[in-house]
Design a protein around this ligand. Structure first.
Ligand code: ADP
Ligand code: MG
Length: 241
């Protein structure tokens, strides 16, 4: 018996007036997995994520989420949450208000909002900070608020684009662990964009290494390290020659 993948990209391509974003992106992502899109700047990681999110529409190919063809669906119909490197928090709202903002928009009842808020703050280690404004928080705390906001949305798919790149090395390590922990605890599917091979290799079950808009290799960190498809892969993951 084969189970269909939770997320499927099939021959996806995106161009802007002849400028290549990505091409021939074919990828199956199982539910509950942690997939890293890895590669140097400009290789098409964010474009792939934005196509998944519905922030861009592909010129070619198909995108399926939970067996539903969402190739041309609006972003709001895709049942996913996103975390970006810029936290995109509302500066005038408190931590709590920022976290439950989307729930309020969706008219989730107050009791349920408060329960979800508490759980999200607990998981992200923000309990006690609910009344602070973003300006009164450290960079790591702000990124945790963005994570908490993604968690309360309760989506099974979470897309993250370089969520740690604004943090210093020590904080990056701490928040990296938080992200792994909440992904495991909640059993959500994470697609995670990074140019940092250490981050990808330490966090992901599956690494998708990209170059110039094309996938070079898909595999476990061990696969890429021990059985690189080509010299680019070997050099990028720092495997011995
Ligand atoms: P990465 O996230 O891996 O750094 P991107 O996906 O942002 O790379 O970009 C991939 C390629 O697509 C780059 O050459 C970039 O210049 C191009 N690109 C991305 N977005 C646009 C856009 N809106 N218009 C034109 N070109 C774009
Ligand atoms: Mg990018």
């Amino acid at each position: 018996m084969t189970t269909s993948p939770f997320v499927k990209l099939d021959g996806v391509a995106k161009r802007w007036n002849g400028q290549l974003g990505v091409e021939g992106i074919t990828l199956d992502i199982p539910e509950g997995s942690f997939t890293a899109l890895l590669g140097p700047s400009g290789c098409g990681k964010s474009t792939t994520l934005r196509l998944l999110a519905g922030l861009e529409l592909p010129d070619e190919g198909k995108i399926l989420i939970d067996t539903k063809d969402v190739t041309t669906s609006a972003a709001s119909d895709r049942n996913l949450s996103m975390v970006f490197q810029s936290y995109a928090l509302f500066p005038h709202l408190s931590v709590a208000e920022n976290v439950v903002f989307g729930l309020k928009v969706r008219r989730v009842p107050k009791k349920e909002r408060l329960e979800k808020l508490h759980r999200a703050l607990e998981i992200t280690g923000l309990l006690g900070l609910e009344d602070r404004k973003p300006g009164e928080l450290s960079g790591g705390q702000r990124q945790r608020v963005a994570l908490a906001r993604a968690i309360v949305a309760g989506q099974r798919l979470c897309l993250m684009d370089e969520p740690l790149s604004n943090l210093d090395a020590k904080l990056r390590n701490a928040v990296r662990k938080d992200i792994k922990k909440l992904q495991r605890e909640l059993g959500i599917t994470v697609v995670y964009v990074t140019h940092d091979q250490t981050e990808a290799m330490s966090m992901a079950d599956t690494v998708v290494l990209m170059k110039d808009g094309h996938i070079q290799q898909v595999g476990s960190p061990e696969d890429l390290y021990s059985r690189p498809n080509n010299t680019f892969v070997a050099e990028f993951v720092g495997a011995p020659p």
